[in-house]
Design a protein around this ligand. Structure first.
Ligand code: 9MR
Length: 464
């Protein structure tokens, strides 16, 4: 957005004074305004990307800190303030005070916000650490829903689930209280997040997933591929990219970025820091991202070395005194290399569709036909509650819209649905497409789901 301001100012200056006078007019009329080529955010924006930093609310009162933040970055990630222990310290009592300080600061500066994180085995409040089974599953889904709803429309991308895979060579999920609620906890979290904020990109985020040959990287890749094939709503993968001597940058990093991107998701470098901040390694990371059209942003995990969670490794772009390091110069040069390129065209919309868009063409006098389809339901039941996943498959003709009804047994009721509009909550409940899944190719399948209370039993769905 600062880039947009800059572009507007640039256009005006060009129109008034001509290109030759541009530099002089900017110096006269726009002192301190970020310009492409001289700051990380503006230079990244010229390449259709953002450059962000993790921000701590308690540092926003430090003028030296905010001077660099406001000058250099056009995206922020709250470092700890959106974690579960911060936002729901007591069950059902939400606290957004510190997260709001960061979000408000970002919005006032025209920066986008990455939300971090809705579901994680770590930094759980005490009440959640002590939960298990269906109660934990419901508490987790409620947390995702409440927090994503509160910030609806303000978050460019959510780390919906963080660090759910085990280290080492197993390729297995990490054991945790959330994992023990059932292997589908991750997709359930993504569906709840999509329902709460349809405009946010939904990311899976992890560390030690940089080396393409590592089992953990492959395991995350396989999960994302599976999610995409089954219509689980995932838009992006976050590679934390905390590089150090034990977990170094490797030259197949670009292969990792492009392989994830080839699954049809954006890739974001979400928590970059590099032990001792070697300029060459920082440059290589930026070049790798720029080489992959769907690598659409880089976030460093702090601003000055003194702000880092690993400050003893001096892994960031600014010294503790706020001076630019050699790594900063390398990053900026890499962002500026090759001139301006158009932004990638593959990004999904980042804002929710308007609810009352004026029609630009006369509406059809009859609704488009709802073609024939078949639907199947699978239910994950626990005492007192359930989650149902419904797969709708088009027949031999493509669908422009679809509708399906499901009859619940008495005592069962739907509490929320994702990737579908719903009418009714008990008895026969009707589900219809939302905008983004109205089109289903011949023989293709989309998926939606809903959560409910009571006992669902074996459900069947009828296409209407
Ligand atoms: O930088 C964060 C640090 O201030 C916290 O003490 C720590 C607690 O878990 O979390 C750090 O951030 C982590 C991030 O949330 C997830 N990926 C690893 C980051 C560094 O530990």
């Amino acid at each position: 957005m600062r880039n947009a301001k800059w572009r507007a100012a640039t256009k005006a200056a060009l129109a008034l004074t001509g290109a030759a006078a541009l530099a002089a007019s900017m110096a006269m009329f726009l002192p301190g305004t970020a310009s492409a080529g001289t700051t990380l955010g503006a230079s990244a924006a010229e390449k259709g990307r953002y450059f962000g930093a993790a921000v701590a609310a308690n540092r926003l009162s430090d003028g030296a800190y905010t001077t660099i933040l406001n000058r250099e970055f056009n995206s922020v990630t709250p470092e700890n303030e959106m974690k579960i222990d911060a936002t729901e310290p007591q069950q059902g009592q939400f606290n957004f005070t510190n997260a709001d300080r960061i979000v408000n600061h970002a919005r006032s500066q025209g920066m986008s916000v990455r939300g971090h994180t809705l579901a994680w085995h770590s930094q759980q409040p005490g009440w959640m650490q002590n939960m298990s089974g269906s109660a934990l599953r419901q508490a987790m889904l409620n947390h995702v829903t409440q927090v994503a709803t509160y910030y609806r429309g303000k978050i460019a991308a959510w780390d919906v689930v963080n660090e759910a895979f085990a280290d080492g060579s197993s390729g297995a999920r990490r054991d945790s209280n959330l994992q023990r609620t059932g292997n589908d906890w991750i997709e359930a979290a993504f569906r709840a997040a999509r329902a709460a904020d349809p405009g946010a990109k939904l990311c899976y985020n992890d560390y030690n997933t940089d080396n393409w040959t590592h089992a953990k990287t492959q395991a995350v890749y396989n999960m994302v591929r599976d999610f995409k094939s089954r219509g689980v709503p995932i838009d992006c993968v976050g590679l934390q990219s905390h590089f150090n001597n034990d977990s170094p940058y490797v030259s197949n990093y670009r292969t990792t970025l492009s392989s994830f991107a080839a699954l049809g998701v954006d890739v974001q470098i979400t928590e970059l820091d590099i032990q001792n901040a070697p300029a060459n390694t920082y440059r290589a990371v930026v070049e790798d991202c720029l080489a992959v059209p769907r690598c659409n942003g880089i976030t460093v995990w702090g601003i000055r070395d003194s702000d880092s969670w690993r400050s003893e490794q001096s892994p960031l772009l600014f010294t503790s005194g706020g001076a630019k390091k050699a790594a900063y110069d390398a990053v900026l040069a890499a962002l500026n290399a090759g001139g301006t390129t158009p932004p990638p065209t593959t990004a999904p919309p980042t804002t929710p569709p308007p609810t009352t868009a004026p029609p630009t063409t006369p509406p059809p006098t009859t609704p488009p036909p709802t073609g024939s389809c078949t639907a199947t339901v699978s239910v994950n039941q626990w005492p007192g509650g359930f989650v149902a996943n419904v797969r709708v498959t088009a027949g031999s003709s493509a669908l422009n819209s679809w509708a399906t009804t499901i009859t619940l047994p008495s005592g069962a009721a739907v509490t929320n649905a994702w990737s579908a509009n719903r009418s009714g909550n008990s008895g026969t409940v009707r589900f219809t497409n939302v905008d983004y899944n109205s089109q289903v190719g011949a023989g293709q399948t989309i998926e939606f789901g809903f959560q409910g209370t009571g006992t669902a039993g074996n459900l069947s769905a009828t296409c209407a």
